[in-house]
Design a binder for this molecule. Structure first.
Ligand code: 5GP
Length: 189
């Protein structure tokens, strides 16, 4: 059984997404991602604990996004460059000459795949897109549909693009999140 202390350590360890996912559980804290800790947390008033997690998560995710955007336009490489070059392993779902799709390291749904252009070409975020990017943007969207089929979620899935700090984008290499395998809610957070 995990302790509360361990759970807060986990929130500090990663981005706010840990906390957001923890918040989604009713009566227990569920932490997903690398196997650095999974467990139940017993508290007398779990809803208050979850609210605390939520606030901490929102703050840390915003802070992480602000930090990330500071380096975004410097041309600096991102973790996705290392995934493209296979320097860092990933679970690849689909690949062609222009597009790579791989499972998110911190899934927010039973199926959660990131679809990225292999050549960033200035597309640090959707908000930086120019007309010359129209073709690759179309390819990314079509690849999202192929990914949904491969993941068995073509009947219902969501595609998300976080663009910029107020959308909590954390990696400045354009990417589509393809999410499915559970009921999605609206409006999104
Ligand atoms: P954003 O917050 O920028 O919209 O999404 C970035 C996504 O990249 C996050 O969902 C995060 O979990 C994922 N991510 C960050 N680092 C890695 C990594 O090293 N491997 C994989 N597979 N996903 C990553």
């Amino acid at each position: 059984m995990a302790t509360i202390g361990n759970s807060f350590a986990l929130l500090r360890y990663g981005t706010g997404r840990w906390g957001l996912h923890a918040m989604s559980s009713i009566g227990f804290v569920r932490l997903v991602g690398p196997p650095i800790g999974v467990g139940r947390v017993s508290v007398h008033r779990p809803w208050l604990f979850r609210r605390s997690l939520c606030v901490k998560a929102a703050i840390s995710e915003e802070e992480a996004a602000k930090t990330a955007v500071a380096a975004a336009d410097s041309g600096a490489t991102t973790i996705f460059d290392k995934i493209i070059s296979k320097e860092i392993p990933s679970s690849i779902v689909y690949e062609d000459d222009e597009v790579l799709a791989f499972r998110d390291i911190s899934p927010q749904a039973p199926a959660h795949v990131l679809v990225i252009p292999k050549n960033r070409d200035g597309l640090t975020q959707l908000g930086k897109a120019e007309e010359r990017h129209a073709e690759v943007l179309g390819r990314l969207l079509y690849a999202a549909k192929v990914v949904a089929e491969k993941e068995g979620i073509a009947e219902g899935f969501r595609v998300v693009i976080n663009s910029g700090p107020s959308a909590c984008q954390s990696v400045y290499h354009l990417h589509l999140h393809v999410l499915g395998g559970r009921q999605m809610n609206w409006p999104p957070g």
